[in-house]
Structures are given as structure tokens and as C-alpha cells.
Design a protein around this ligand. Structure first.
Ligand SMILES: Cc1ncc(COP(=O)(O)O)c(C=O)c1O
Length: 421
């Protein structure tokens, strides 16, 4: 049986040649420059959901043909997502709701006494779940500074901490405020040298660049499907099995158990991903995410990257040419980055600007402090100093791009920003 998706208009013509499965859905006339919050749904994800809908049935809970097919689709999705992110054979791929959920799950699975080391530039999802006693390093001036700071902090921890207690480094792959990429491979090398583990918040990196656990020698990875061109409600935590299998289940309930006895609390928990996936899983979300992973694995990622970098360059050059608009950045202007730019319009409230962009120009951007308050507030002060201006607002704007973005979208934003002078 086939189901036709009643589809909004897609931006197929905007997608690079030869990448139709990765064209994205959208609404004509609406310019979405807010991919970093939630990316539009890829055609391939919508098609995968539509194809599975007639088979809608339970996962891991039924003997019927429909149920068996759904169970198979769910486990295949797990395999695909793991393969896409370079999971080691012994790693777990645990489906979660999103990156926040994945990092909270990891936080709950930490062995007692674990010290977590982060940087102050992280999204709240990678700042707030960690236990008391975690170490938050200052935001460095450049990627090399991050590596040096981590090296020094881990050396100090090794001297001060009780021997044998685990240390986990938790860093972002790319900043959701500035798009700047963090030196994940180098940080992983430093972590390894000091006997620490490393988790990467790949919410913003994965939609823009290949992320491979094995190649990076990273222990854990967290991603959100809705930032990766799949619908809401599916994410993943991928990584080492031992802490996860030893931890209390993240969600106690059906599906997470191997055996439950009559006595109160007489329970043997499952090992493997099921231990942390209590309750009926989000089959369609997992399958949609896997469909995008498959399509990206088949795509020419270098060509997609080049295309995005050209658009990003156009956007940043255009912003730099507007004297009343100031970009936010942590590292130098030429640091590698993904398609995200945050900025302020001098003398204008950012939420007013965002509302006017939507109302007058049909352009959607984000405004605020982007769930990274410590970093955004710091960068706003830095931007005012760099630009020598006292009229910058207390919150910022963010434009972010991806597969469906075009030169016309960028030019329309720049033209609209020019009217705020
Ligand atoms: C870097 C980063 N980490 C984590 C998150 C949290 O993602 P989610 O809201 O999908 O859980 C975000 C969301 O913007 C993000 O940008």
C-alpha cells in the first residue's frame, strides 16, 4: 500500500543538484533562517514516515505482522543511526526525545563520584544536567586555548581528585550562538591522555558536518532529530555501553525490564538500549532520523559543505558591510564555523527586529540569548567593546541556514537589515 503525503511546497529547486532526497519541505513565501532551532523536514524523512504509517503497530510488543515489521524498522533505524555516527560495535544507540534528553540520560548514568568538565560556552542542555562539583572552564579566546585549558584542568584534577574516580569532558561540536566549531578531535586526545572520557553535544555540528565517534575517538555523542531534518521528538545518545548498562534505568517502566517479581521493587532491569527506553518508543521519529542519516551518508557531504560555506560567507560579508549590525563571536573572525550567525542591530531591540523581519519581510530568525545565557551575555559585552558602541541591545538575533537555504534568502535578510539603519 502506498500513501501520498499531502505536502506543503518543498524547496526542491533550492537544493544542490543531485541531492533531491535532501530537499526540504517548506511554505512558499516564508523564508526560514532558523535552522539551528529546528530545521525543516527533509523530503526523505517525510517519505519514510508516510511509507511506514500504514504499518502502524506496536514496537517490541506484538507478534502480528504489522508489529514485527515495526519492531524491525525500529531496530534497523538504530543500526543506521549508529553506523552514521561511527558507533563502535559494542556501543549503545539509545533513542531519546532530543539532545537535552540524551545529555540528561548520560548525566544520570555517570558512575558515583564522576567529575564533569565543561566550558562556559555551552548550551544549557550541556551545562545544567551535570552533577554538583562539575568544573566549568572559562570560554577560551580560540580553539587552541580550549585545548590548553582542558589539558591544564585535567592535569589539576588528576592531582587533586581521588584516584580511580571517573572524569567526563562534555563539549559542544559547534556553538549554537556563533556557529564556531570546537576542536573536538584535539579535545578528545587530551581527554584520552588524562584517562578521561568525552561526550560531544553534536546538536549543531551533526546537521552540517560528518561526525564519527570512532574517527574522533569520542565516547558519547548526543543529537536531536529535529535539527537534523527529521520531525520532532527523536534524538539519540550514542556511546559506550558500560556506564549505561550499570546505571539505574532513565525511565522505569515497561520495556526497560527483563523480569519483574511479585515483591515490591523485585525487578531485573534489561541491559542494552532497552534499559533506558522505558515505555512505547517513538518509532516514526527513529525511522525518520535514520532516513536522513541514510540520505546524508549517500550525499556528497563535501559539496554540501562548500555550498553552505558560500552562503555563510555571503551572509557574514553582508553583515560586516552594515555599519549598524555587529556580529557576535567567541573566536577570531576566520575560525571554522557552521551556518549560524548571531548579531545585534545597534539601537534596536532584538525582539522588535525579529518581529519586524517576520511581519514585513516574511523572514524567520531567532532572538534572545539562545539557551546559552552565560555565553551570549558575555559575547554581547565583547561585541560592544569591539564595535566601540554603547547602543547595543541586551539580547541578540540569530540567522541559521542549511539544506534549503538560498542566496535569495540571504540577500532578502541583508536587504531587510539594511532598512534598520
Ligand atoms: C548546541 C545545542 N545543544 C543542545 C541543544 C538542545 O537541543 P534540544 O532542544 O533538541 O534538546 C541545542 C538546541 O538548540 C543546541 O543548540
Amino acid at each position: 500500500m502506498s500513501v501520498t503525503l499531502v505536502s506543503p511546497i518543498d524547496t526542491l529547486s533550492a537544493a544542490p543538484a543531485g541531492s533531491e532526497p535532501l530537499s526540504v519541505l517548506g511554505v512558499p513565501g516564508e523564508i526560514n533562517l532558523d535552522y539551528a532551532a529546528t530545521a525543516p523536514c527533509a523530503r526523505v524523512a517525510a517519505d519514510a514516515v508516510a511509507a511506514l504509517l500504514p504499518w502502524y503497530a506496536s514496537v517490541h510488543r506484538g507478534a502480528g505482522a504489522l508489529s514485527r515489521r515495526c519492531t524491525l524498522a525500529y531496530e534497523r533505524a538504530r543500526q543506521t543511526v549508529g553506523d552514521f555516527f561511527g558507533a563502535r560495535a559494542e556501543d549503545h544507540v539509545i533513542f531519546t526525545r532530543n539532545t537535552t534528553d540524551a545529555l540528561n540520560l548520560l548525566a544520570r548514568a555517570l558512575p558515583p563520584g564522576t567529575t564533569v568538565v565543561t566550558f562556559g560556552g555551552e548550551h544549557h542542555a550541556n551545562l545544567l544536567p551535570w552533577p554538583r562539583g562539575s568544573v566549568r572552564l572559562p570560554v577560551p579566546a580560540d580553539p587552541a586555548g580550549a585545548v590548553r585549558a582542558l589539558d591544564a584542568a585535567l592535569a589539576e584534577l588528576r592531582r587533586a581528585a581521588q584516584p580511580g574516580l571517573p572524569v567526563l569532558v562534555a563539549v559542544t561540536g559547534a556553538s549554537n550562538v556563533t556557529g564556531e566549531r570546537w576542536p573536538v578531535a584535539e579535545l578528545a586526545r587530551v581527554a584520552r591522555r588524562h584517562g578521561a572520557r568525552i561526550a560531544v553535544d553534536a546538536a549543531q555540528l551533526a546537521p552540517h558536518a560528518p561526525v564519527d565517534l570512532l574517527a574522533l575517538d569520542v565516547d558519547y555523542l548526543a543529537v536531536s532529530g529535529h535539527k537534523l531534518y527529521a520531525p520532532f521528538g527523536a534524538g539519540a545518545l550514542v556511546g559506550r555501553a558500560d556506564w549505561l548498562d550499570a546505571a539505574q534505568p532513565y525511565l522505569a517502566g515497561g520495556g526497560a525490564t527483563a523480569r519483574v517479581g511479585a515483591a515490591t521493587h523485585e525487578v531485573t532491569w534489561a541491559v542494552g538500549p532497552a534499559r533506558h527506553e522505558g515505555g512505547t518508543p517513538n518509532l516514526l521519529g527513529a525511522v525518520a532520523l535514520a532516513a536522513v542519516c541514510d540520505a546524508l551518508a549517500d550525499a556528497d557531504r563535501a559539496a554540501l559543505h562548500d555550498r553552505e560555506q558560500r552562503l555563510l560567507g555571503r551572509l557574514r560579508d553582508g553583515i560586516a558591510a552594515l555599519p549598524h549590525v555587529v556580529e557576535l563571536r567567541t573566536f577570531g573572525p576566520d575560525a571554522p564555523r557552521v551556518g549560524i550567525v548571531s548579531f545585534v542591530v545597534a539601537g534596536r531591540d532584538s525582539s522588535d527586529v525579529a518581529a519586524e523581519l517576520a511581519r514585513e519581510h516574511a523572514i524567520g530568525v531567532r532572538d534572545g540569548l539562545f539557551c546559552a545565557h552565560p555565553l551570549a551575555q558575555r559575547l554581547l559585552i565583547e561585541a560592544a567593546t569591539r564595535a566601540g558602541r554603547r547602543d547595543l541591545p541586551p539580547t541578540a538575533l540569530r540567522a541559521s541556514i542549511g539544506l534549503g537555504s538560498t542566496e535569495e534568502h540571504i540577500d532578502r535578510l541583508l536587504a531587510a537589515l539594511a532598512t534598520f539603519a
